[in-house]
Design a protein around this ligand. Structure first.
Ligand SMILES: Nc1ncnc2c1ncn2[C@@H]1O[C@H](COP(=O)(O)OP(=O)(O)OP(=O)(O)O)[C@@H](O)[C@H]1O
Ligand SMILES: [Mg+2]
Length: 261
């Protein structure tokens, strides 16, 4: 479904990513880990079409990505941004409106009632039913984040891009949201790319785990080399791969220490 071939990304003279190649089948839940600053968000922005690779190519279902993100492409980026002038419920109703209708076309009559029912069902699942008529500014950070995740899920895109979506959530709610995401992934057969700093979470959710790391270093030209995919682990069998957690943990943390020194 997604094909990334020999992608390189540089900003000015700084190489962020290099030699990134990846084939991802539809229905894969791809979790992405790597040290801070190694280019994970940049990679997601390229999948979205918000950034162009410096060289190499990204194809979605056999076609090169359009130069701008479009709703038809069916990719939603997790921006944690909700519409401030709409209530919690209307934020979700509007998200549903994007589906199969021109942007901002509002539904009427029975279709609108169905959209509201779907929004309320989602609000129940994310624990925001009591806050349906509030505005985003009246929510806590974690509540806003849940609303943003729900909004992305309501759009039901074939490819969902999530950049550390659970960062601001406390542990109990985080587990609930992970379970919700897994349910939606199964139910709607989504293809997901999700960046996380939490390695147990990457193992719990993913069917494939990707590690980005910088392998080449030149002390004279610290900007000459970028990060690449250093580990690509299928996690079909959660028990068999449990032992690999420590290895991935080390890969990511060793690099963090390098950076700090
Ligand atoms: N628009 C930009 N212009 C110049 N440099 C950029 C730009 N966007 C990102 N970078 C640089 O690219 C590198 C990778 O950034 P990116 O945000 O992709 O990292 P990351 O892996 O997502 O990090 P984190 O885990 O902290 O979110 C960083 O060194 C960053 O400073
Ligand atoms: Mg990032």
């Amino acid at each position: 479904m997604i094909s990334v071939s020999r992608v390189t990304k540089s900003y000015d003279q700084v190489r962020v990513l290099e030699r990134v190649s990846l084939e991802v089948a539809a229905g894969t839940f791809c979790t992405i880990v790597g040290a801070s600053g190694c280019g994970k968000s940049t990679f997601l922005r390229m999948l979205l079409g918000q950034e162009q690779p410096t060289s190499g190519e990204i194809k979605l279902a056999g076609k090169p990505l359009a130069p701008e993100p479009t709703p038809e492409r069916g990719i939603v980026f997790q921006r944690y941004s909700v519409f401030p002038h709409l209530t919690v419920r209307d934020n979700l109703v509007l998200a549903g409106d994007f589906e199969g209708t021109p942007i901002l076309a509002r539904r009427f009559g029975a279709a609108r009632r169905a959209a509201i029912a779907a929004a309320d069902e989602m609000l129940e699942k994310i624990g925001l039913a009591q806050a349906a008529t509030r505005y985003p500014s009246q929510l806590s950070g974690g509540m806003q984040q849940r609303l943003a995740i729900a909004q992305a899920l309501m759009k039901s895109p074939p490819v969902l891009l999530l950049d550390e979506p659970f960062g601001a959530l406390d542990p109990g709610i985080r587990t609930d949201m992970q379970d919700l995401l897994l349910d939606q992934w199964r139910e709607r057969q989504l293809t997901i790319f999700m960046v996380t700093h939490d390695i147990p979470e990457a193992f719990k959710l993913g069917t494939r785990l990707i590690v980005f790391d910088k392998v080449r270093h030149d002390p004279q030209f610290p900007n000459a080399y970028g990060a690449t995919i250093t580990y690509d682990l299928p996690i079909q069998d959660k028990i068999a791969t449990a032992g690999k957690r420590a290895a991935v943990e080390t890969l990511v943390s060793t690099h963090k220490k390098d950076e700090a020194s």
